[in-house]
Design a binder for this molecule. Structure first.
Ligand code: MN
Length: 246
């Protein structure tokens, strides 16, 4: 279980501002409707690439800095704690192992994305705000490697399979479950998780009207570079909304 002795030496304490930002990201994702009582966001440790930060098993809308735990790449707690982490922490550990470029990961069950996974459709960039979708989302089929399950990524085997399905993309749909989004920072991954949901809604609406003229891969890359360079503007707004409500 998570409170057993660590296999990897515990790293120095993470930057307090990073811990605070991760807690805020939890509450933003709840406020923006990406996560509800479930779902989570992590960030790679600022002093050890072999560790990451993730809340204890708690609803994201309630998470504060005191709830943030440090985990290693086995999904074990870096230091003994009375708290336990999420069942699906292996989503995070295995993606950080497979993708050195990824600094932050969001896992959610946001509703508009679900119809895509169950029909084998990709999310594709429908407008400039979702250029990060590039040539489209990846798809993870848990039944391929594990047969009938409760659909959760509850061990390293399933986490690794998910990371393989993600490949080099920024978003993997999980059939009958949800999605996982990756990014180079907390601010960017929060932005991407919010706009994956927006893109899904718009893509469903547009598909009802007729064939969709998606952004080309090049348009997507150009749009992503411009929009994501200004992501702090949106972050400041989302943070302000959360702070005003508390
Ligand atoms: Mn889940």
């Amino acid at each position: 279980m998570t409170s057993t002795s660590p296999k990897t030496p515990a790293p120095p304490k993470a930057d307090a501002a990073l811990v605070e930002k991760l807690a805020m990201a939890n509450r933003i994702l709840y406020n923006q409707g990406v996560v509800d009582g479930f779902g989570h966001i992590s960030v790679r440790h600022d002093k050890s690439p072999d560790h990451f930060l993730l809340s204890r098993n708690r609803a994201p809308g309630l998470v504060t800095a005191e709830d943030i735990l440090c985990l290693d790449m086995n999904g074990d707690l870096a230091e003994p704690s009375e708290h336990r982490s999420y069942l699906e922490r292996f989503i995070h550990s295995e993606i950080y192992k497979a993708r050195p470029d990824v600094m932050s990961v969001v896992h959610s069950h946001s509703q508009s994305v679900i119809p895509f996974g169950v029909t084998g459709q990709r999310l594709r960039p429908i407008f400039h705000m979702s250029g990060f979708l590039g040539s489209g989302s990846s798809l993870f089929e848990i039944r391929d490697g594990a047969g009938n399950t409760d659909m959760l990524i509850r061990d390293t085997y399933l986490g690794k399979a998910l990371a393989q399905s993600l490949g080099a993309s920024n978003c993997v749909l999980m059939r009958g479950h949800g999605s996982t989004t990756t990014g180079p920072s907390i601010e960017v991954v929060v932005y991407r998780a919010i706009y994956a949901e927006v893109n899904a809604k718009l893509q469903i609406q547009a598909a009802a009207l007729g064939p969709i003229n998606f952004l080309t891969e090049e348009e997507a890359a150009l749009a992503a570079a411009t929009t994501e360079a200004q992501v702090v503007r949106a972050w400041d707004l989302w943070r302000g909304i959360v702070q005003a409500a508390s």
